[in-house]
Design a protein around this ligand. Structure first.
Ligand SMILES: Cc1cc2nc3c(=O)[nH]c(=O)nc-3n(C[C@H](O)[C@H](O)[C@H](O)COP(=O)(O)OP(=O)(O)OC[C@H]3O[C@@H](n4cnc5c(N)ncnc54)[C@H](O)[C@@H]3O)c2cc1C
Length: 410
């Protein structure tokens, strides 16, 4: 086997999945993660279609089920909190809805994957690569914390703002397709009993204000909720390191709105885990350059609001490891095969995300909002075959090979 020593940047979902399978196939992966250690809290993610099979084969499914958020679905409410349209997790088939039947906090999934691999894989937390140099024999990588190391291959699984992509392929602006909206999230508390439902209050665009939604999603910790804000907007100029400026953008966008919003905005100042970002996709003609390749959101983010990113990351990690094993570590062959097998899934996911737009969360007008609620209310009455056609079908694009059957496993 060639190219055994592999550096993976990013210990989110794709990175540890890849590390798990690389180790089993006889490679020696190292994972470098910018965060100081596994985190907790944050948004929920969905495991859909073929990605469930990856989770099962990786041996994490029982723990994933245990860590289930208890989500029962999404409900749109009016200003008084009355539910005007609901989507249970079962309405689109068990993995096709906006909240899938198998929903788990992203941090819980990352932690489970980390726990599964931490005995066999070298993890370096609290560091990042800062420079990459490729030659015929390998990749020389420099680290923020100091020092340099050589690896045979470098894999960027470091998310939508990937450092590997920037260093190897060029600035992110070249690859980001804008989807016209900002999203902000933070953990807080509420007196409301959500009973497992994600509540969303949408205000249509009009009178000089954009379409926008505020939401509360249940968290496994009793009393905790995830507050979310979604607002249609042209790109704004702000400093990505200036968190207070980003909080002010959210406050300005939702000031004067009703429902739970005043309480949510008053909690924003103390938010321990405030998140704010532009919603976009990563579009690339090729995911590899020489010995480096991109995986998950770093190479083909469909949109944080698409609900399919985690499934892309799991399936992508499994296929990339499998193709490296099958090619005996020959990265030229493996990267081509990985891209051939994942490209259709990534394209269809991105296409789906673009058509779904921002999930009806930023309607331009009252008419659009009315239509969204009307369509949601009709869902239970439509034939299942029609309803599950979209997401469920996309999530099952890839027919998963059983790489382990043709490998000598560790
Ligand atoms: C607000 C929001 C809501 C979402 N909702 C859903 C949903 O409902 N359903 C769903 O399926 N998906 C959802 N997603 C998308 C999902 O989280 C991603 O698609 C998925 O996590 C992708 O996995 P990944 O491993 O490619 O990237 P990530 O999970 O983003 O992991 C990347 C990792 O790389 C690390 N990193 C970044 N830079 C560096 C660096 N320079 N060096 C080292 N490490 C670095 C990061 O800290 C992170 O741990 C949402 C995303 C967001 C942002």
């Amino acid at each position: 086997m060639k190219n055994r020593r592999i550096l993976i940047s990013g210990a989110g979902i794709a990175g540890p999945t890849l590390a798990h399978w690389l180790h089993r196939f006889g490679f020696e992966p190292t994972v470098v993660e910018r965060a100081p250690g596994p985190r907790s809290g944050g948004h929920a993610v969905d495991i859909r279609g073929t990605a469930r099979l990856v989770a099962e084969r990786t041996g994490i499914l029982p723990r994933v089920r245990q860590a289930h958020t208890g989500a029962r679905g999404m409900a749109f409410v009016d200003r008084r909190g009355k539910r005007v349209a609901t989507m249970g997790t079962d309405v689109y088939g068990d993995s096709g809805g906006p909240v899938a039947e198998l929903a788990i906090l992203r941090t819980d999934l990352a932690r489970i994957l980390h726990d599964t691999t931490s005995d066999d894989v070298e993890y370096v937390f609290g560091d990042s690569i800062t420079a990459v140099e490729q030659d015929d024999d390998g990749v020389r990588v420099e680290f923020e914390a100091g020092g340099a190391r050589r690896f045979d291959l470098l894999i960027g699984a470091d998310g939508v703002h990937s450092t590997v992509r920037r260093l190897v392929f060029g600035p992110r602006e070249r690859y980001l397709r804008d989807l016209g909206c900002y999203v902000s999230l933070f953990t807080t508390t509420t007196a409301l009993d959500l009973e497992g439902w994600q509540l969303m209050y949408t205000m249509p665009g009009g009178a000089g204000r954009p379409g926008r939604t505020a939401g509360l999603a249940p968290q496994p910790t009793p009393g905790a909720v995830l507050a979310g804000f979604f607002v249609r907007s042209a790109p704004l100029r702000y400093d990505r390191r200036d968190i207070e400026a980003q909080k002010r953008i959210v406050i300005r966008a939702f000031e004067g709105d009703t429902w739970e919003i005043p309480r949510m905005l008053s909690a924003i100042g103390d938010a321990p885990d405030f998140y704010f970002d532009r919603v976009g996709q990563v579009r690339m003609e090729s995911w590899s350059r020489g010995r480096c390749v991109l995986l998950g959101d770093a190479g083909y983010c469909a949109s944080p609001m698409s609900g399919i990113g985690t499934s892309l990351a799991l399936v992508g990690g499994y296929i990339l490891a499998g193709e490296l094993m099958r090619a005996g570590g020959d990265h030229h062959r493996a990267y081509i095969a990985y891209e051939q097998k994942m490209r259709e899934f990534a394209d269809r996911a991105q296409e789906f995300a673009r058509h779904a737009g921002n999930g009806g969360l930023t309607p331009n007008s009252r008419a659009q909002l009315w239509l969204r609620n009307r369509s949601v209310r009709m869902l239970p009455y439509l034939p299942k075959s029609l309803v599950v056609r979209g997401m469920e079908k996309v999530a099952n694009t890839v027919e998963l090979e059983d790489y382990a059957a043709s490998a000598t496993l560790r």
